[in-house]
Design a protein around this ligand. Structure first.
Ligand SMILES: *Cc1c(COP(=O)(O)O)cnc(C)c1O
Length: 362
């Protein structure tokens, strides 16, 4: 991925945004953040946006706002970025990890229901790779059992499920603006979206020392703020997000066509989902040979993710032994991400598609 292409194309707009911030001289939670919160919330289809310091902190603050804490359990997946699980643990709650569906690589609603206990407070579905999770059964289950749903939208800005953008399906949506995400800042940043005025207010208090006003803390909070420079940059980029996502879909269509001539598998997208291809992931039991095949043609690949969270050294004491989550472990063993970002040229995409097709049924 080459981010300089995007930033060169936007150089004038970005310079103007930075000049604006330098001129008004407020650098944290100022007018740019306020405007971006409103614009992004509208984009996601929600009334409120709360800017925070990162995607991890968006999840952390959202879960705290939902009242999640020590003694509680939060159900989520193991086949995700470690950040999802880290955010749950930051609240003091215990992450309960469930296996993914073998085809969608996303959480399996049947297994979620089985994992519920009287201590369960919330479910965190992850819209992995830019494809929405199968949300209907999760939302229905949460309603039935009185649970909160906090969406991890860090890879799916703009993805649609059942006619609605992700981040507008559960109680709260959590976004990351890490530079390589579909909407990326020039550093860290995050956003929480919600329609619930009370949850929004709590998240706003929590992100800044629990302050109702300066130096007056009404709850125990933390410091997780979005800064003005990032917000100004993100306002510029948000205007291009739909076009970038459209380009991602067009590139993905070329890869899908190339894959038809091969024995490589894809990751199934839920029927009601319209993905934004944060990543384009294929699956093969012969992953190393496939990566070498591409490498020999000058094409780099990555693995998202090589080790599921429950098998990471730091999380072994959660108590999931080998084979505990077989579909997650199989995903970690077989997934490989092809290069895909909006500024790729047609020639570059064509070269990757040709190399993929040349793998054939090897
Ligand atoms: C990137 C990512 C996060 C964390 O976001 P940061 O801004 O890096 O803290 C959380 N969940 C998923 C699925 C991610 O891809």
């Amino acid at each position: 991925m080459d981010l300089s292409r995007q930033h060169l194309a936007l150089a004038d707009e970005l310079a103007e945004a930075l000049r604006r911030v330098l001129a008004h001289g407020r650098f944290v939670l100022g007018p740019e953040v306020e405007a971006f919160e409103e614009e992004f919330a509208r984009y996601a289809g929600r009334r409120f946006g709360i800017g925070v310091g990162s995607g991890t902190e968006a999840l952390h603050v959202a879960l705290l706002a939902c009242g999640v804490g020590p003694g509680d359990e939060v159900v989520t997946v193991s086949h995700t970025a470690v950040a999802t699980v880290a955010a749950v643990e930051l609240t003091g709650a215990r992450p309960v990890l469930v296996d993914v569906d073998a085809e969608t690589c996303s959480l399996d609603p049947v297994l979620v229901e089985r994992a519920l206990s009287p201590r369960t407070k919330a479910i965190v579905p992850v819209h992995l790779y830019g494809a929405p999770a199968e949300m209907s059964p999760i939302l229905e289950l949460a309603r039935r059992r009185g649970l909160r749903v906090v969406e991890d939208c860090a890879q799916a800005h703009g993805a649609v499920y059942d006619g609605r953008r992700v981040g507008s399906l559960g109680d709260m949506g959590c976004f990351s603006f890490y530079p390589t995400k579909n909407l990326g800042a020039l550093g860290d940043g995050g956003m929480i979206t919600t329609n619930d005025a009370e949850l929004a207010e709590r998240a706003r208090l929590l992100r800044q020392y629990g302050w109702r006003e300066r130096y007056v803390s009404v709850v125990r909070g933390l410091n997780s703020r979005l800064d003005e420079i990032q917000a100004a940059v993100l306002r510029v980029k948000l205007r291009h997000l739909d076009a970038w996502n459209a380009r991602r879909r067009a590139l993905a269509a070329r890869y899908l066509a190339a894959l038809r001539e091969t024995n490589l598998q894809t990751v199934r997208v839920p029927e009601r989902g319209d993905p934004v291809f944060h990543l384009f992931v294929v699956r093969t039991e012969r992953r190393e040979a496939f990566r070498t095949h591409l490498e020999e043609r000058g094409i780099g690949t990555m693995i998202h993710y090589p080790v599921p969270v429950h098998q990471q050294d730091a999380y072994l004491d959660l108590g999931y032994g080998p084979g505990a989550l077989p579909a997650s472990e199989a995903a970690a063993r077989t997934v490989v991400s092809l290069p895909l970002y909006p500024e790729m040229t047609d020639e570059e995409v064509g070269a990757v598609a040709t190399a993929v097709a040349a793998w054939g049924r090897a």
